[in-house]
Design a binder for this molecule. Structure first.
Ligand code: 5GP
Length: 183
């Protein structure tokens, strides 16, 4: 597959979702893939908007049918994957595609895609990341701890990406992405 695909990665709690939401609000021509996940919805999350919330069996079926472009077990608890057909359609329609996924998925995409853009969103520091994860209030302390462990692995892999955007100031981070995407 070829196409204008930007993979945006970075540790959980770094604000990837907020950055991508601000970017698409300003540039509605961007198409953001909606992932399938076996994790339970958080309060306020909507099926088919934030994620496709599916069962373990349905996820197995997607894998068996080669319906996912990539997938990963994240934080040792839930599986997340990018539906293949929707991305292929968006690319075929000439849309600018964004995949907001974690490290293992980004590595898989790199194996299948020619000419993708790989952007790592980094926190100003690990302390700030921990503070944001706790402040979100959506995870238990045990979940926060596991996310910080994953984050440490992810932060060490930032150099695998073409670009690193530090999310200190939201407006600044979005402006850097606008420039990287040539918008
Ligand atoms: P959360 O549970 O906080 O929504 O997401 C947890 C992590 O899974 C985040 O780092 C997010 O980027 C990642 N993620 C979301 N969708 C996908 C996907 O389709 N594939 C992969 N590999 N990771 C995903």
């Amino acid at each position: 597959m070829t196409g204008d695909v930007t993979v945006i990665s970075g540790p959980s709690g770094v604000g990837k979702g907020t950055v991508v939401a601000a970017l698409t609000a300003a540039y509605p021509e961007i198409w953001v893939s909606i992932s399938a996940t076996t994790r339970a919805p958080r309060a306020g999350e909507r099926d088919g908007v934030d994620y496709f919330f599916i069962s373990e069996a349905a996820f197995d079926e997607l894998i068996a049918n080669d319906g996912l472009l990539e997938w990963a077990l994240v934080h040792g608890s839930a599986r997340y994957g990018t539906p293949r057909a929707a991305v292929a359609d968006a690319v075929a329609a000439g849309r600018r595609v964004i995949l907001e996924i974690e490290l293992q998925g980004a590595r898989q995409i790199r194996q299948h895609l020619e000419g993708g853009r790989y952007v790592f969103i980094a926190p100003p520091s690990e302390e700030v990341l921990l503070h944001r994860l706790r402040g979100r209030g959506t995870e238990t302390e045990d979940q926060v701890r596991r996310r910080m462990e994953t984050a440490e692995v992810e932060l060490r892999a930032a150099n695998e990406f073409n670009h690193v955007v530090v999310n200190d100031d939201l407006g600044q981070a979005v402006a850097e992405l606008v420039e990287l995407l040539g918008l």
